[in-house]
Design a protein around this ligand. Structure first.
Ligand SMILES: NC(=O)C1=CN([C@@H]2O[C@H](COP(=O)(O)OP(=O)(O)OC[C@H]3O[C@@H](n4cnc5c(N)ncnc54)[C@H](OP(=O)(O)O)[C@@H]3O)[C@@H](O)[C@H]2O)C=CC1
Ligand SMILES: O=C(O)CCC(=O)C(=O)O
Length: 451
């Protein structure tokens, strides 16, 4: 077993499929043998589609784009998960993100499996027309890989309600004569979108953090009033979370985007910051703040650090310098497994992605139900359900974490996962995964394995 001090000197394997496997294996050490026998099935993606398609650009040139859609598992129901547009999108990354969706939906207990999609492109270098053409062509190429009862996309990084409207329109044009609204969620309100979906991820993580703090699991953090919060990523999720925490009395001391971070010990007004970002395209330069590089921003002292940007932001090389007391993973996979160990060893608790950001897919499920039932729910109703579900999920994870902390481990069958688990105190991520895997394994067996 490697000592934590030695970890920072080792090259870190952050290949997405290895990370998925490692996390699953760690949780398996806490599960019984019949569940462990399903390891390969639970790890492997069920279905992956890769497409390449040409698009005519505004200047008359033709560019080829690569896109992907992966269903990781659909034992609990149709595949569900966002579509992201980012230059670094790869099939392996999409597979990793699809698996996270499986665990997220199982944990929050909604009847969906896990899926994810993406197109490798830089929306900042594209016009709105070009993004629309890419979206329509991508959805056309996917054909019946998506559908209202098979696989249902939603927004993610650099996609939004407008993108979802184009997805719906393209799919509906190709499949006329039926109610296609449930084929995609996160749509504009006028086209079957749900009240509260746009804010759901940021609001959901606020409800989760509030509940966790009330359990006294974070001894030095017992209330939100006056707590200093830094937020990496000031997009949809980051800006909504900033408003929610500020309304609860916390100080938003730092925010960041791709251009860098800004800090103010007296607190930043999220509304002022949003207006500034809309005008200038970045938070950098916000009056009354001090500018920081992106790496210095992550390492700046605060009580709560919210990671609302990309994967692999806290790694083996910077985990030892993080000064936050509590970290919330709004993004998917922002902390690598080796960084997890270092943070765990330093007593810094992490609210894991599959719990922290589950509010988004939860309200997507509400939207899907409304579309199927031809209903429209009030915002207050959506938010009450969101709050209750997030609180229940936090309670379940904390209870399981407490029980597992005293559980004797069975000998592990997968690599060094058991060894790893024995030498590292159980974390909230593993407790959340254990609940999700148990649920999925139970349903898989109840459905019956084919001969
Ligand atoms: N939207 C949703 O419902 C859900 C989103 N998530 C996850 O939350 C995260 C954020 O999503 P969302 O808010 O929707 O995305 P957005 O596209 O709305 O915003 C992304 C934000 O992250 C910033 N960013 C990107 N790269 C970096 C970087 N290297 N350093 C600092 N900031 C950076 C962007 O900066 P800039 O503005 O300069 O481009 C932008 O402010 C993603 O990881 C996503 O997977 C998870 C669950 C649901
Ligand atoms: O709303 C959804 O269906 C999925 C959102 C998503 O992609 C995620 O939770 O990472």
């Amino acid at each position: 077993m490697t000592a934590d001090n030695d970890l920072a000197r080792e090259p870190e394997d952050i290949e997405p499929t290895h990370v998925s496997r490692q996390r699953l294996a760690r949780a398996m050490a806490y599960l019984d043998e019949s569940t462990r026998n399903l390891f390969e099935f639970l790890n492997a993606p069920r279905h992956a589609v890769s497409v390449s398609f040409p698009v005519q650009m505004e200047d008359g040139s033709v560019r080829v784009f690569n896109g992907y859609r992966v269903i990781h598992n659909r034992s609990l129901g149709p595949g569900k998960g966002g579509i992201r547009y980012h230059p670094d999108v790869t099939l392996d990354e999409v597979r990793f993100l699809a698996a996270l969706m499986t665990w997220k939906c199982a944990l929050i207990d909604i009847p969906f499996g896990g899926a994810k999609g993406g197109v490798a492109c830089d929306t900042k270098q594209l016009t709105e027309n070009e993004i629309r053409h890419i979206t329509r062509r991508f959805i056309t190429e996917l054909g019946d890989a998506i559908g209202p009862y098979t696989d249902i996309p939603a927004p993610d990084l650099y996609t939004n309600a407008q993108t979802m409207a184009w997805i719906y329109d393209t799919y509906d044009t190709l499949h006329p004569g039926r109610n296609n609204l449930p084929v995609v969620t996160g749509k504009p309100l006028d086209i079957g979108g749900s009240e509260g979906r746009q804010e759901a991820t940021g609001r959901g993580l606020f409800f989760a953090a509030q509940r966790l703090i009330s359990t006294n699991l974070l001894p030095e953090l017992t209330r939100l009033e006056g707590v200093r919060i830094n937020i990496q990523g000031f997009g949809n999720v980051g800006s909504v979370a900033a408003r929610a925490f500020r309304e609860a009395g916390a100080l938003i001391t730092g925010i960041s985007d791709t251009q860098g971070g800004v800090y103010c010990s007296d607190g930043i007004d999220p509304d002022v910051a949003c207006a500034y970002k809309n005008e200038h395209g970045t938070v950098v330069g916000l009056p009354g703040t001090q500018s920081l590089t992106n790496s210095a921003f992550l390492e700046h002292a605060c009580d709560i650090l919210i990671l609302a940007a990309l994967s692999n932001e806290i790694r083996i090389d910077n985990a030892g310098r993080i000064k936050a007391r509590f970290i919330i993973e709004a993004a998917n996979g922002p902390i690598t497994p080796a960084a997890d160990r270092i943070l765990n060893g330093r007593g810094i608790r992490v609210l894991p992605d599959i719990l922290a950001n589950a509010g988004g897919v939860l309200v997507s499920y509400f939207e899907w139900v409304q579309n199927n039932e031809n209903e429209r729910w009030e915002l207050a109703q959506v938010n009450a359900k969101l709050k209750a579900k997030m609180q229940n999920a936090v309670d379940a994870v904390v209870n399981r974490w407490q029980n597992l902390s005293t559980q004797e481990l069975e000998p592990a069958s997968q690599g060094d996962a058991g060894q790893w688990a024995e030498s590292t105190p159980i974390d909230l991520r593993t407790a959340a995964l254990v609940i999700a895997i148990e649920r999925l394994a139970r349903v898989t067996m109840e459905r019956g394995v084919w001969p």
